[in-house]
Design a protein around this ligand. Structure first.
Ligand code: NAI
Length: 344
């Protein structure tokens, strides 16, 4: 089997080559992202392998179908970049539901600690032999309340980490997890209660029509003054303009972002020699209390191994049996719980 692999980065190849060789799947690596201009590169391949910032809209899906491509293997969990409704009946969409919730949850805590203990400032100071502590005062996490929006795989690992720090957890999820609320240190509450009572808020829900801008100006208004906002999920969960306003007004004490609404043309690439066109991002990055990483939370050795293994097994399994437990269905969003048993 031959797959066209879009948006390739050097760290993708070793594990995909290894698992591909083991299971008989060869990958043609394209550095370019998948979009309407590049989709024809997929001609002659059995399928396409895409990542978070590839564009899989109706036009791309239509062209892939015309090229006879039956399978889109996402090497990620999120699928907000795929027009799932349009894909129905045209192309099978496989994904990697979980590869390391620890990678993302641990990065979220790394960002939080960096921010509130001013490690990013201290690091730069000490490299310049500036050993002054002025302006580096942080606060203890112990005893603070963290609001976790989305208590799936990553959200639950993050909750465990926070409990290790002696924090109280307020959780919000459209589908609360059984057994998580202990009536004391971890409690499910409404979104408004979470916003009003959390010192720190961390986003771990998927990006859907419902969660788009779940943190907007209204939500920020409802937050405690000085709240620390963490987003390692998807950029468009947060209205970036509203976030900037919240930071300028001092309502938001700090923000740590691994994702950004308009990241697709910027993140994962070296733009250091270019003029940044996005004024909102530039202004956010200029703030002393904002930390931005470039969609890096997933990037651990363990996660890369698991992504490659699951993606290759998804492909092989699908071509052997015409089914895959990790196929996504637009009707229910998740193959594992697919009420139809198969997507089409
Ligand atoms: P998951 O599917 O295990 O958990 C998502 C949770 O969000 C579920 O409990 C679900 O019920 C909840 N949810 C769905 N709709 C909601 C709504 N409207 N309001 C509140 N909660 C809602 O997903 P997982 O593995 O925990 O991943 C979470 C997100 O993290 C992914 O959707 C993806 O966007 C992001 N992610 C980011 C990565 C990075 O490198 N920064 C890497 C991997 C995932």
């Amino acid at each position: 089997m031959k797959f066209a692999f879009f948006d390739t980065k050097p760290y993708d190849k070793p594990s995909f080559d290894r698992y591909g060789k083991e299971y008989g799947v060869s990958f043609k690596y394209f550095e370019t992202k998948l979009n309407e201009d590049t989709v024809d590169l997929a001609q002659g391949y059995d399928g396409v392998c895409a990542f978070v910032n590839d564009t899989v809209n109706a036009a791309v899906i239509q062209r892939l179908a015309e090229l006879g491509i039956k399978v889109l293997a996402l090497r990620c969990a999120g699928f907000n970049n795929v027009d799932m409704k349009y894909a129905f009946g045209k192309i099978h969409v496989l994904h990697v539901p979980a590869y390391s919730p620890y990678a993302v949850a641990e990065h979220t805590m790394a960002l939080l600690l960096t921010s509130i203990r001013r490690i990013h400032k201290a690091y730069i100071r000490s490299r310049d032999f500036n050993f002054s502590l002025s302006g580096l005062t942080g606060f203890d996490l112990h005893g603070k309340t963290v609001g976790v929006i989305g208590t799936g795989r990553i959200g639950r690992v993050f909750i465990e980490i926070c409990r290790g720090f002696g924090m109280k957890v307020l959780a919000y999820d459209k589908y609360p997890a059984k057994g998580l609320d202990n009536g004391d240190t971890v409690r499910y509450v409404t979104l408004d209660e979470l916003l009003a009572n959390s010192d720190i808020i961390s986003l771990h829900c998927p990006l859907t029509e419902e969660t788009n801008h779940i943190i907007d100006a209204d939500a920020i208004d409802k937050c405690k003054k000085g709240v620390v906002l963490l987003n390692t999920s998807r950029g468009a969960l947060v209205d970036a303009e509203a976030l900037l306003t919240g930071i300028k007004s001092r309502k938001i004490g700090a923000a740590c972002l691994d994702v950004y609404e308009e990241e697709s043309d910027l993140f994962f690439e070296d733009n250091s020699g270019h003029i940044l066109e996005d004024d909102t991002l530039a202004r956010l990055i200029s703030m002393p209390n904002v930390i931005v990483t470039s969609h890096q939370a997933f990037l651990t050795e363990e996660a890369l191994e698991n992504i490659a293994e699951t993606t290759v097994k998804n492909i092989v399994g699908f071509f052997e049996t015409n089914q895959c437990p990790n196929e996504l269905c637009y009707r229910c969003g998740e193959a594992e719980d697919c009420k139809d048993g198969k997507c089409f």
